[in-house]
Design a protein around this ligand. Structure first.
Ligand SMILES: *Cc1c(COP(=O)(O)O)cnc(C)c1O
Length: 359
């Protein structure tokens, strides 16, 4: 079987090395030494100043919305994982969808500007597949209309924009370290900000609002993560260059063997760098996409329609007219990509796809 992804597991001994310390200290969670060490190493690796390690990437988005005090409309992308929209609703804000750019598959700045009303408070954009948004254009709009900017950077681990970490842009950027992501801590996530005040606020929020044992600074939630998750992160961080290198090699190999397949790949804008987190293709029609999936599945290959459906189709939201997002989500496929995927397996996937196209 060839799944769309497989979580990276390091050598078991590497993880076990951390367990002795946890048993000695008897310190399992609540901002322990391994959580601190992971935060330091992540800040170093990502070249960011302020980062908080959290339970997951969804809590990260929710804390970002809360810390910025958002209450009204948040303009967001329909082409993302459900957590981007559901977190907005969960925080009692209203998601307003702006359609995506058909070349980059990221939110289209022109559509963002057109969607602004007197109730708009923020923009929440996703760096889809780890490919940075048109950050300059979004920031110009945000500055002009005095809007906050949150980036759902769940896919964007290690991505750069204009030579700087993509996490340094916006008021807050959020990360997911879920098992299926490029870098993972089993479950986990982070918020990154350049603002020391926001950092302080989010640090209180992550820990019930505690300011010492008997004092509370903020309304808070439990967004803390454990020593066990931090240990997995520390081990995986020592493998991240190898993981990234494998993804790049595999992606370039897909490019080569799919040379004769008709499809579009997301455009990476000038100044943006890509981290090869996913291998996504947009096929010419939904009919062909469904035939590809059926034939691949018959051969025990499981690509994923990611993202499908367009988020305005969520049952608790109003459907809106988003022709580009609809069309792309109907035709998009993420092909298998994980560290142990072999060239023979990629050959096999490509052979089947070319056969379906040419039949
Ligand atoms: C994975 C993901 C999330 C959610 O992260 P979790 O850590 O699973 O909560 C949010 N947004 C996007 C775009 C994602 O891919």
């Amino acid at each position: 079987m060839i799944p769309v992804t497989k979580p990276f597991l390091p050598p078991k001994e590497d993880y076990e090395k951390y367990l002795d310390g946890i048993w000695q200290r008897n310190w399992l969670t609540n901002n322990g030494p391994l959580v601190n060490e992971l935060e330091l190493k992540l800040k170093e690796y990502l070249k960011v100043n302020h980062l908080l390690f959290l339970t997951n990437g969804t809590i990260a988005i929710q804390i970002a919305i809360k810390a910025l005090g958002l209450k009204g409309e948040i303009i967001t992308t329909p082409f993302s994982y459900v957590a981007t929209s559901s977190s907005i609703v969960w925080e009692n804000c209203t998601p307003v969808f702006a359609d995506i750019d058909s070349r980059t598959l990221n939110i289209d700045p022109a559509k963002v500007e057109a969607a602004i009303t007197s109730s708009t408070e923020a923009i929440m954009a996703t760096h889809v597949y780890g490919n940075p948004c048109d950050i300059d254009a979004l920031h110009a709009i945000a500055a002009k209309h005095k809007l906050k900017v949150i980036y759902d950077a769940a896919h964007a681990f290690g991505t750069l924009y204009k030579g700087k970490s993509v996490f340094e842009y916006g008021d807050v950027s959020t990360a997911s370290f879920h098992s299926t992501k490029l870098f993972h801590t089993i479950e986990g996530g982070a918020v990154v900000t350049t603002s020391p005040e926001l950092l302080k606020r989010m640090a209180y929020m992550r820990n019930f609002g505690h300011d010492g044992p008997e004092k509370f600074a903020e309304v808070g939630i439990n967004g803390k993560n454990s020593e066990f998750h931090a240990a997995m992160g520390l081990v995986n961080l020592s493998h991240i260059e190898a993981i990234r290198k494998a993804r790049k090699t595999q992606s370039e190999y897909y490019d080569k063997v799919l040379k004769n397949l008709k499809f579009q790949k997301p455009l990476v804008l000038p100044g943006a760098a890509f981290n090869y987190a996913y291998y996504a293709i947009v096929l010419p029609s939904e009919e062909l996409t469904l035939r590809m999936i059926a034939e691949l599945n018959l051969n025990l290959i499981y690509p994923r329609r990611y993202f499908y459906p367009s988020l305005d189709e969520l049952p608790y939201l109003k459907k809106v007219d988003l022709p580009v997002a609809r069309s792309v989500s109907n035709r998009v496929l993420c092909l298998p990509l994980y560290h142990t995927l072999t060239t023979e397996e990629i050959d096999f996937v490509a052979r089947i796809m070319l056969r379906v196209q040419n039949n």
